[in-house]
Ligand binder design. Structure first.
Ligand code: PMP
Length: 326
């Protein structure tokens, strides 16, 4: 943990302790605060799990320095693990479906990791299968499996959540976060419910994603452009616990892009589409608390801005909706 005031020996010591920044457009009566995760060394929230999970897995003997970590990942997780693996002396291999942004794959490569692409049409399942095949071929290899590994949730329970609570003196009425693996939201939710059992918890997903169906909502599967959150098949996720979630907020691609553009123009925040979606949802929850439609123990909402828009410039994130490739 760093105060950012003292010299540190390794970039790993700069993971976490990110700023918590007020979203100016939220209602005055119920402020929204967003954790700006692009301040991490690999510039996303996933640096937290890269460091936390790999350190725990080495301690437990799941992998040793000199061994290999292999993860199917849409990108940010690969960068997070690559930063940690490089410093902890572990080789890193990532299996990435082709559709994900080239910036992320170049960064994994720059950090010394090997990147293997699988066909877009095989989805994450194809990437997961390939990762396990590769691990079976090696002696000392581990597949962290961020979609199923409780250490993913624990990383956020141990770091992201207490940082937020400390910054807000424990007065958090609602936590709102996008769900990809759901590690971030589940870590926040577990911690939040221990602090106050009535803390309102909202998951955020793109329209067309199916997390809402786990809570019994209707949902139609569709493609979406928002990157990093959502699922086409909730049964592949072992972390999302509906008992810890009050609502799943669906955000349209267009609303998320409008919001990420507004955040840049009006608030100086260079954040990507999952942050745009989180901001839309968090502001909605804040309005509902203000209007008495949601009961929350405090008039404050915390959310997460997972990464930076710079990582998606090649996909036209700031261009027109039609030109944004997603
Ligand atoms: N946003 C982005 C850009 C991401 O890469 C991820 C990770 N898939 C998330 C949000 C969601 O985080 P989590 O996997 O913890 O649900």
């Amino acid at each position: 943990m760093t105060t950012h005031r003292e010299p540190v020996d390794s970039v790993l010591e700069t993971v976490g302790e990110t700023p918590l920044v007020r979203v100016a457009a939220a209602p005055d009566e119920v402020p929204v605060y967003a954790k700006a995760e692009s301040f991490n060394p690999g510039a996303s929230v996933k640096d937290r799990i890269g460091k936390y999970m790999l350190e725990r897995m080495i301690e437990r003997g799941d992998v040793s320095p000199g061994g290999t970590v292999i993860e199917p990942t849409a990108g940010n997780t690969g960068i997070g693990f690559a930063v940690a693996a490089g410093q902890l002396g572990v080789d890193a291999v990532f299996v990435v479906p082709e559709r994900f942004s080239v910036e992320k794959q170049q960064l994994m490569d720059a950090l010394g990791a090997d990147v293997i692409n699988t066909p877009t049409e095989h989805g994450m399942d194809g990437a997961i299968e390939r990762a396990h095949e590769l691990a079976d071929e090696l002696d000392d290899a581990v597949v962290p499996q961020q979609f199923a590994n409780p250490l993913n949730v624990e990383a956020h329970y141990e770091t992201t959540a207490p940082e937020i609570y400390e910054a807000l003196d424990g007065e958090v009425g609602a936590v709102v976060a996008g769900c990809g693996t759901a590690g971030t939201l589940m870590g926040l939710a577990e911690y939040a419910r221990e602090q106050h059992p009535d803390t309102y918890v909202a998951a955020v997903e793109p329209e067309g994603s199916l997390y809402g169906t786990v809570l019994g909502e209707d949902g139609t599967e569709e493609e979406y452009k928002i990157e990093g959150i959502g699922t086409h098949d909730p049964t592949t996720n072992e972390l999302f616990d509906p008992d810890l979630v009050d609502a799943v907020v669906d955000v349209a691609d267009r609303a998320a892009q409008d919001e990420l553009k507004r955040l840049a123009r009006e608030e100086g925040q260079l954040v990507a589409s999952s942050a745009g979606a989180a901001s839309v949802a968090a502001r909605r929850v804040a309005r509902d608390i203000r209007d008495g439609e949601i009961d929350a123990p405090y008039d404050t909402v915390a959310t997460i801005f997972p990464d930076s828009s710079e990582r998606y410039l090649s996909k036209g994130i700031y261009r027109s909706f039609e030109e944004w490739e997603g």
